[in-house]
Design a protein around this ligand. Structure first.
Ligand code: ZN
Length: 322
């Protein structure tokens, strides 16, 4: 039995029809984890959908009402880049509930992994880039609201910048934000917010406009394992030097993979597992609970996306099981 819980529901499936987003990946990951015996059936918990009151901790009532009543505009649906349906709304509410549960489990078990979520392109008042509801922001605000944590850090390693997450927390944090791509030493002003956002992403990629995270690492096209892992190590050190979170929300996108259709970095499957290990090792050494969500992954072969996400669970098992 794993020393932590995996959060999963068949309801995570996103009803998208023909779409570049492999909505079947969640079910495939669940099956592969069981088949490979990385996990057993009693390692999984089934989430409940988030309550509207929880969603409203990170989203405007106008946006929630539009989604609930099916009154989003054609332009808003265009920005979402996924076809609106009541079933899709349910799937996003469930993803948010799953991320809340994963975060709650992580406080007890040191790590909690949702086999879903990571919809980091959703803003407080609109959705973008396949993301309707920002489950990461909902989970953080929920745990803060119930008094479980005061401060959280997001470490977003999807190949695309976490614009929605950055914007939601920048609005609450004021203007303390930094953006850098080089290796030069920086002076950091005191950070006074309660959520510190880190995004490590390909600069020449969606979203075109990147609202500043607390720290953005803008990577050049084609960056591979060695440079990526060095930058991640550096940014974790830098972030944790100036901010002491009680929860780390790791957004483990599979799309920095070199064969991703929507990514332009060159990480290998082995390099991506080392990335996961680095995040887990760092958090474990400092006693910071880690909540994991999966985010994107658009490999030419869906099996590769599934393997990369399963390896995140394997990495946690190896690091937290010993
Ligand atoms: Zn992505």
């Amino acid at each position: 039995m794993l020393p932590f819980k995996l959060i999963y529901s068949d309801g995570y499936h996103l009803p998208l029809g023909e779409h570049v987003f492999p909505a079947e990946k969640y079910q495939l990951i669940h099956e592969q984890l069981l088949r490979s015996t990385v996990a057993a059936s009693d390692d999984f918990l089934t989430p409940e959908p988030a309550r509207d009151a929880d969603i409203l901790l990170a989203h405007t009532s106008a946006w929630v009402n539009k989604l609930r009543s099916g009154t989003i505009s054609p332009r808003e649906e265009l920005m979402l880049e996924v076809p609106y349906s009541a079933e899709l709304v349910r799937a996003f509410w469930l993803a948010a509930g799953g991320s809340i549960l994963a975060a709650q489990c992580s406080l007890r078990d040191r790590v909690g992994i949702s086999i879903g979520g990571g919809f980091h392109h959703a803003f407080a008042d609109h959705g973008e880039g396949f993301c309707m509801i920002n489950d990461i922001a909902v989970a953080i605000r929920k745990l803060q609201h119930e008094g479980s944590i005061a401060r959280a850090m997001t470490v977003d390693c999807d190949v695309h910048q976490g614009n929605g997450t950055a914007a939601i927390f920048a609005a609450a944090n004021g203007s303390a934000a930094f953006s850098f791509g080089g290796m030069g030493a920086r002076d950091f002003a005191g950070f006074e917010g309660d959520v510190f956002t880190i995004s490590l992403h390909q600069e020449n990629n969606y979203p075109a406009f990147k609202p500043p995270s607390s720290i953005d690492v803008n990577l050049a096209d084609g960056v591979g394992d060695g440079e990526y892992l060095g930058q991640l190590d550096r940014v974790l050190f830098t972030g944790l030097y100036q901010f002491d979170p009680r929860l780390l929300c790791y957004v483990g996108g599979a799309d920095p993979y070199r064969e991703d259709q929507l990514g332009g970095l060159s990480l290998t499957i082995e390099g991506l597992k080392k990335r996961d290990e680095l995040v887990f090792r760092t958090a474990k050494a400092r006693g910071i609970p880690v909540m994991v969500t999966l985010a994107g992954g658009y490999a030419q072969q869906v099996e590769d996306t599934v393997t990369i996400h399963c390896n995140t669970v394997l990495a946690a098992k190896e690091i937290y099981g010993s």
